[in-house]
Structure formats: C-alpha cells, structure tokens
Design a protein around this ligand. Structure first.
Ligand code: NAP
Length: 458
C-alpha cells in the first residue's frame, strides 16, 4: 500500500511557479502531502510543515500502539521527506493561536490542514462525566506519552474494564490493558503507563459492540493478536454468531475477522493461563453509566439490541456490566481552528473534496473523517496536491508566486518571540529519547513540552 505507484500528477506548468506551501500537521497526511508537493514541483516548491508539538509524526508517535513498532517504522519514510532541502519542519507553533490561518494565507500560495482527528467523539450518555471514564484519545495519548494526556492517571485498581466500540482502537486499548509487563518488551510504552499497568489489578476486559459480529470494524491482523496474548484469552458467546453460511456475504477482510471470532467462540477458555478474559459482547448498546458514592464509575447499563436493516434497535432488555474503568473507542473528530468553516455533524472541516476556501485545503482525517489505514493518506495527499496544482495553474501568471512564504513567517515568529523547533532540534530530542531507553525499548519518550525543548537545546 505504502509503495504503490501513484499515477502521474497534473502536468507541471511551463513556468514553475515556485509555490510556497504550508502544511499544518506533521502526521501521515502532512508528510504524504509534502512528498506529493515534491513530486509535483520538484525543488521549486517550498514546503513548511507546522506542528503544535516540538516533535513530528502526529498519529504515528501518539496514536499507533506502542507495541506496534513495525507500523511506527513508516516515520523513516517521512524522515527522508523532512530532510529534503526544500521541506522544513516548524514545530511548537500552534496555528490558530501563535499565527492565524488568515496570516498564513497571506504568506503561502496554499495552506493545507492535515491536523487529523485528535479529539474523542463524545459519549453522549448519562454518567459519561463520572470518574475513571475516558475517551480513547485520552487513554491512548496517556500510554503513548502525549503531553496533553500524560497526567491522566487512570485508576487501574478495580477488577474490570469496559471498552466501548468494535473498531481497531477498541482492540488496541483492550490489548494494552490485558498485557503483562513482559509483553511490552521492545515497545515504546512510556514509563508512567508501563509502571501503572504493571501494578494494575484488572482481571478482565469487556469489549462492547452495539451491533453484531458481522458489523465489526476490526481488521484480521489486529483481531488475531488477541488470540496470542500470554495471560488473556478472548471469549465470544457462540449464540451471538450469525449462521456461518451468511459469512459469504461479507467482504474478505471482515469475513476473516468473523472467522477469528468463530475460533475464539469454539476454543475452551484456558483458565490455567491465568484466565484474564477479554469478553467480546455483542448486541449491547450503552444506555447509562452508574457511579458509586464517590462519583467513580462502577457499572455500565446496556440494552440488548437486534438488527433492523443493519441498524441497532433497542429491545427494552437492560442489564448491568461491572465496570471500574470505561474507555469509549467510538471514533474521533477534528479539532476546530478559529476562522475555518467546520462541519459539526461530521466532526471535520467543511470542504468540497479537500477545498475549504481559496488557498485553503484539508487532507487526511481532517478532510474525510477518521477512517482507513495510514497508507490511505498517501493517495489523499497526492490528490490534494493535484488539486492545488490545478488551482495555482489557473491563477498562474508570468511572475510566479507573489507570496513571501518562509521569510514572511520567520519575521512573524521573530516579532512574536515564538520558539520554533526545527527538524535538527527534533533529531536532538530523538537522540536523547533513544539514549534514555531502558532494556529492549527503542526509546523513552519525553512526555512534556519543556523536556522536549530542553533536549532540543543540548
Ligand atoms: P471505527 O473503526 O470507526 O470504530 C468505531 C466503533 O465505535 C464502531 O464499532 C462503532 O459501531 C462504535 N460506535 C460508534 N458510536 C457508538 C456509540 N454511541 N455506542 C457504541 N458504539 C459506538 O473507529 P476507531 O476504532 O476509532 O478507528 C479509527 C480508524 O483508525 C479506523 O480506520 C481504524 O481501522 C484505524 N486504526 C487502525 C489500527 C491498526 O490498523 N492497527 C489501529 C487503530 C486504529 P457502529 O459500527 O455500530 O457505528
């Protein structure tokens, strides 16, 4: 997927316009867009990639699970783009606050928002504000050391966790909660999470799906991992599985996942392995969360559902499931930026195939919502650059770009005293994180901005 050939882009204009492109967000969508700009204009393009953190790679660093190091390895490809002469990383700059989108539009020929979808979709239920109830952005950010969530301190002293949602994030969260300390060997899980999980008293996890096994959004590789954990064993109630013949109607990936669920249902629970069950509980729509006298969650009430035209419909049959910790993994939304039109219903920027307004574009999850794999962002990045090339081509004139680009931004940064973090600075942070690693860990991340900046100054 990552290396697939991308069809020829919009032909280069006769006179290279030397466009100045600002990309906001240094995750996969941002770097694939920069790569596409290089392919489109070669060295003629000047690409500035902004990030609000002093460290690059967005979702790769803060979203991909710490025990999925091979997936995180894709950042090496982004490094090659980042090291190019005409691409610059500008870390520690919050667009919308340190500099406005309007100001950037005055400086660059195109501004591309590649800010992803870092905020949790809200769990809109009574009791959602009880203690020890978190969204996946917060919990994943916590174990991945994102500065916004490093202080989360989930209480792992209870016996049972409930994870809401039937997507890959639900699997990530359940797996991390279920793993033993030894199973984090070779991962870059941060020290505070490694320590808290090693003291965890959890004895099982329930993964709640409001629909059935045929409606899961879990991919086979990720679901298959649940069958290979050292103490945890996946449990599926055979009664929840549709007749096997109906699997033929599924697309191949989902069919494979459902076959894995059938395998889990058929396997006898192995209590000898320590018996940390991961219950896949289907047809269970969350109804309300129930707290104890201290305001801490203790249970979730779910309503049994049935499917009507693929939708979950309540049956009026309610029951409680014990829950000392709840993590809702029900999807993400893009964070609004002042002055940028936002589609509230879809939780992303309002756009027409990536165009928001003249000169302003969006790409990746900020354009289409949180779906697909990391590699899906590559064709997305190439498509948006092709669109920009068309728009710039239409407006092209003999003199090329009239914008000031980098020097213009540097003047604003100097005037406002913004401490920009460069890619060279990031390389120092990176080296310091690698040097701090213990045992088989590839790195020990800094989890606060001051420490990152401190390492960059060394
Ligand atoms: P997702 O795949 O969209 O799954 C969200 C799940 O939440 C669905 O099962 C959905 O059920 C459920 N849900 C939504 N609202 C709900 C509600 N109010 N009550 C109960 N359940 C609700 O989202 P995700 O898991 O956050 O993943 C986001 C993207 O990242 C996906 O493309 C995913 O594949 C990708 N990802 C990939 C990996 C990997 O490859 N290793 C890891 C993590 C994430 P319904 O279907 O009934 O709406």
């Amino acid at each position: 997927m990552l290396n697939e050939a991308i069809p020829a882009l919009h032909p280069r204009p006769e006179r290279a316009a030397m466009p100045h492109i600002a990309i906001i967000g240094s995750g996969p969508a941002g770097y694939y867009t920069a790569e596409a700009a290089q392919k489109q204009w070669g060295d003629a393009a000047r690409v500035d990639i902004f990030d609000r953190l002093p460290v690059p790679y967005g979702l790769i660093r803060s979203g991909v699970a710490p025990d999925h190091q091979s997936v995180k390895g894709v950042s090496r490809r982004y490094e090659a783009v980042a090291m190019s002469e005409n691409v610059r990383f500008i870390g520690h700059v919050l667009v919308g606050q340190d500099v406005t989108v309007e100001e950037l539009l005055g400086l660059y020929d195109a501004v591309v928002l590649a800010t992803g979808a870092p905020a949790d979709r809200k769990l809109d239920l009574p009791g959602a504000d009880l203690g020890n109830v978190f969204g996946s952005a917060a919990l994943v950010g916590w174990y991945n050391g994102h500065p916004d969530f490093a202080a989360l301190a989930p209480d792992l002293s209870g016996s049972h966790a409930v994870v809401i949602g039937n997507g890959n994030v639900a699997l990530d969260v359940a797996r991390i909660l279920a793993k033993t300390p030894n199973e984090f060997a070779g991962s870059d899980i941060v020290a505070h999470a490694r320590e808290a999980l090693s003291l965890s008293r959890l004895q099982g996890v329930t993964i709640l799906g409001r629909r059935g096994p045929h409606q899961i959004a879990m991919t086979p590789k990720e679901l298959g991992e649940m069958g290979h954990l050292s103490r945890a064993t996946p449990r599926v109630d055979p009664a929840d599985l549709p007749p096997e013949a109906e699997d033929a109607t599924l697309e191949p990936g989902t069919r494979k996942s459902v076959q894995l669920l059938r395998g889990f249902a058929a396997a006898a629970p192995n209590m000898a392995q320590g018996g940390f069950p991961i219950h896949f509980t289907f047809y269970a729509a969350p109804h309300r969360l129930i707290g104890d006298e201290s305001g801490h969650v203790r249970a979730i009430e779910v309503e049994r559902t049935r499917l009507e035209n693929g939708k979950a419909v309540g049956t009026g049959d309610y029951r409680e499931i014990a829950a000392d910790l709840i993590v809702s993994c029900i999807g993400y939304q893009t964070s609004p930026i002042p002055g940028v039109p936002y589609d509230e219903a879809r939780g992303r920027f309002a756009n027409d195939e990536g165009r928001i307004a003249p000169g302003l574009y969006c790409v990746g999850w900020a354009r289409r919502g949180p779906s697909g794999t990391i590699g899906t962002n590559r064709p997305d990045g190439f498509a948006i650059i092709e669109r920009i090339a068309q728009d710039l081509g239409d407006a092209a004139n003999e003199t090329g770009s009239q914008k000031t680009g980098r020097p213009g931004f540097d003047a604003i940064a100097a005037q406002r005293g913004i401490r920009i973090v460069t890619f060279r600075d990031w390389q120092k942070i990176d080296a310091a994180e690698v040097a701090r690693a213990q045992g088989s860990a590839p790195r020990e991340k800094f989890t606060d901005v001051d420490s990152m900046i401190g390492a960059a100054k060394q």
